[in-house]
Design a protein around this ligand. Structure first.
Ligand code: AMP
Ligand code: MG
Length: 440
């Protein structure tokens, strides 16, 4: 959304030249990740995973032509002229239910009682539903069902589901690379597959650093704060299809951080995420420890929240280089940075295309100001008004410490780095975290 010409660009400070754009940072980060190995999993465990084989049909689905209705299997020719005035009476020679095979063919002038899903008997080419016969009256009269009168004409193929209607034998049904959603899992089951090969889920180890942190469940103490980052980030990892391993809290000391890293690496993760320790004051401890264990650099990313970001690799005992994402400590910053950098890394490792959030254009209801020429991700609620127009209002204070601004939001409204302000009534691009329909 280009700003109106009257509006000044957000002031840029000289150090911005040293800042990475979100896109540059993401690209550098993603270059350290590749698609993980493939494994066989029971189909119900594959929700959201990437299929790593082609699934072809070994038989027709449905395997046999079958009835789409409860009724009578007939030769359409026999009842082509049936009507109320001149019903056609047919002897009922047998019954076939779903799961059974017909025990005899339908010869000229006969019918077989058939249930939905039951295979069509040989000879029959149409099903006349109960309602189009006198079955009901016969029952009421106690006449039995030895024969039946058809009162509506049938045509060839009527109420019959042909064999292979859904899937033809030999057809490529699901191609390698698709994401397993409920429909794909159902299709795999309908092909008779109990397990399929998928790209395994990335394992993400999460370490929280900070002397002020205590764990949820511990007694609340003055001066201490509960470790929320580990949980919001772990939940995001799970939401995006990864396996989260919460290592716990490391104090701001060399020994504590080393011990936590050992524990994290011991779990053979595909990525290590730390929170806090990347702002100028704290960074030294982190840098000291991490540069002994691998490579680490502190970046400034041209975004708000979450300007400071560390990225590097850790050397695992088996020689692997494990990517390490160092998120800022502020709870909102940690989550927003994980959205921008952690989510695409998980997508790439999982065999999915790293893709941005779906975005909508919404009418902004509260101003978004950009103080210093960084891209602003404002936490907003997007809703659809009576006219079907998306509207976005900010979720209270935009402090990077106010985690409720994330909890209340369903999207991140983007104010470009060179736009100083977006006013109420203007359009804004919102990267959706969830859809309004899911939230309201
Ligand atoms: P820092 O990056 O260490 O300067 O931390 C910035 C802010 O985030 C401080 O207010 C910290 O108390 C807070 N913070 C750091 N780590 C966590 C965490 N794991 N959970 C919640 N808040 C945190
Ligand atoms: Mg700290």
């Amino acid at each position: 959304m280009p700003p109106p010409p009257s509006k000044p660009a957000a002031p840029r400070h000289h150090y911005h030249a040293d800042m990475l754009s979100v896109e540059d940072a993401r690209e550098r980060i993603l270059s350290h990740f590749s698609v993980l190995s493939v494994e066989a999993r029971p189909i119900l465990e594959t929700l959201g995973m990437t299929l790593a084989e082609d699934l072809r049909a070994l038989f027709d689905v449905p395997p046999l032509a079958n009835s789409a209705m409860d009724g009578y299997a007939v030769r359409s020719h026999d009842v082509a002229k049936a009507s109320d005035a001149s019903p056609v009476s047919l002897p009922v020679i047998s019954t076939v239910a779903a799961g059974q095979l017909p025990d005899r063919p339908v010869g000229p002038g006969t019918a077989v009682r058939i249930m939905t899903g039951a295979p069509m008997p040989e000879g029959a080419d149409a099903v006349v539903p109960f309602e189009d016969t006198d079955e009901e009256e016969r029952r009421k009269r106690g006449d039995g069902l030895k024969s039946i009168s058809v009162r509506v004409p049938a045509t060839a193929g009527g109420n019959v589901r042909p064999a292979g209607e859904d899937i033809r034998k030999g057809a490529l049904v699901l191609a390698e690379g698709v994401t397993m959603r409920p429909g794909e899992i159902g299709v795999a089951a309908s092909l008779g597959r109990k397990a399929v090969r998928v790209v395994r889920r990335p394992v993400v180890a999460i370490i929280s650093t900070g002397d002020e942190l205590i764990e949820p469940g511990q007694l609340h103490e003055p001066g201490k704060i509960y470790n929320s980052n580990a949980y919001s980030i772990a939940a995001a990892v799970q939401k995006y299809g990864g396996v989260a391993r919460v290592v716990g809290i490391a104090r701001d000391t060399v020994e504590a951080l080393q011990a936590a890293l050992d524990e994290a690496i011991g779990g053979e993760p595909d990525m290590v995420v730390t929170t806090a320790g990347v702002s100028k004051g704290d960074y030294d401890v982190v840098k000291d420890v991490l540069s002994k264990r691998g490579k680490i650099t502190l970046w400034s990313v041209r975004m708000r929240p979450a300007k400071p970001l560390a990225f590097g690799t850790l050397d695992a005992p088996d020689g692997r280089k494990v990517p390490h994402l160092g998120l800022p400590g502020n709870p909102v910053s940690a989550m927003v940075a994980f959205e921008q950098f952690g989510r695409p890394a998980i997508q790439k490792m999982s065999g999915r295309k790293p893709s941005p959030r779906p975005s909508v254009q919404a009418v902004l209801e509260d101003p978004i100001t950009n103080l210093d020429g960084r891209r602003v991700y404002a936490r907003v609620i997007v809703y659809r008004d009576g006219a079907g127009v998306y509207r976005a209002r900010t979720t209270g204070t935009q402090s990077s410490g106010a985690l409720t601004s994330m909890a209340l939001a369903n999207g991140l409204a983007v104010c470009p780095d060179d736009v100083a302000r977006i006013d109420p009534g203007e359009m804004v691009t919102v990267e959706m975290l969830d859809w309004p329909e899911e939230v309201f």
